[in-house]
Design a protein around this ligand. Structure first.
Ligand code: NDP
Length: 252
């Protein structure tokens, strides 16, 4: 992580769960971290907690379903720190966890906007920000899901799974675009299994597939995913981590 000390990381979905843990870890490693989410008060609490750490934490209120908020976020980062070096696309929603036949287009659009469109726009603006400054050593890390690798059985949120499959395909596509352009910017994906966070609170349907993980009480902690992110960022220049699946032992 030595290389990233003093460099700028954007973490979307920084107000809770995995995003907040990633921010905390990167600040402790000495990075200038910008957290983006709607609940500014949660991020301000995190800023207070991190104020004596090596790096800095700047919370910015941003609804990633609004393009104008994302553009304003990147403008603010440019103005404050010069630009984005590392972008962690973490903001994500599962919705109510309904099966496909019980969902509505309105819900599908919202999930797509957060999980897919915002991730693409933040990735594009990060590449532009690096290019503008003549830098070629940035890193984009997309937080996907184990649901990007298998269609989970009935009783799971199939539309969410669809968006995470899209994240996987789009990540691979962007990596190919960057490589074709001989860019040094790396792209990695982290695909977690079940992590105990607020994302599970809104589910109205039983996640049948996750029952065993809950029964075994083996869910991952947000810090485990933060650790995977810092491991990826610590990889030597010749190594690119493509996609890592981090699952609770014995469960999903
Ligand atoms: P949380 O619900 O704790 O965190 C989700 C984050 O996304 C919050 O900070 C929330 O902030 C933010 N977010 C949601 N909607 C928006 C929006 N419109 N604009 C800006 N930010 C938004 O869940 P997790 O920490 O679990 O989820 C983080 C990522 O990890 C997601 O991509 C999720 O799909 C993925 N994941 C989670 C797993 C799990 O079991 N928990 C398993 C596999 C993957 P706010 O509401 O303040 O805007």
């Amino acid at each position: 992580m030595e290389k990233w000390k003093g460099r700028v990381a954007l973490v979307t979905g920084a107000s809770s769960g995995i995003g907040a843990a990633i921010c905390e870890d990167l600040v402790k490693h000495g990075m200038k971290v910008v957290g983006a989410a709607r609940r500014i008060e949660k991020m301000q609490e995190l800023a207070k907690k991190l104020k004596n750490e090596k790096g800095t934490f700047l919370p910015v209120q941003c609804d990633v379903t609004k393009d104008e908020d994302i553009y304003a976020l990147f403008d603010k980062i440019k103005e404050t720190f010069g630009g984005v070096d590392v972008c962690i696309n973490n903001a994500g929603i599962l919705g109510r966890g309904l099966d496909l036949l019980n969902g509505t287009p309105e819900e599908w659009r919202e999930i797509t906007n957060v999980n897919v469109i915002a991730l693409c726009l933040c990735s594009k603006l990060t590449v532009n920000s690096l290019k503008e400054r003549g830098l070629d050593d940035g890193h984009i890390i997309n937080i996907s899901s184990i649901a990007a690798h298998q269609v989970l059985p009935f009783g799971s949120s199939h539309f969410y799974t669809g968006t995470k499959f899209a994240v996987r395909a789009l990540s691979e596509g962007l990596r190919q675009e960057l490589q074709a352009a001989n860019s040094g910017i790396k792209l990695s994906v982290v695909s977690p299994g079940l992590v105990k966070t607020e994302i599970l609170d809104k589910i109205t349907e039983k996640l049948e597939f996750a029952k065993r993980t809950f029964e075994l009480n083996t869910s991952l902690k947000s810090e485990d995913i933060a650790h995977s992110v810092s491991q990826i960022l610590s990889a030597p220049p010749y190594m690119e981590v493509l996609d890592i699946i981090v699952a609770p032992r014995g469960g999903l």
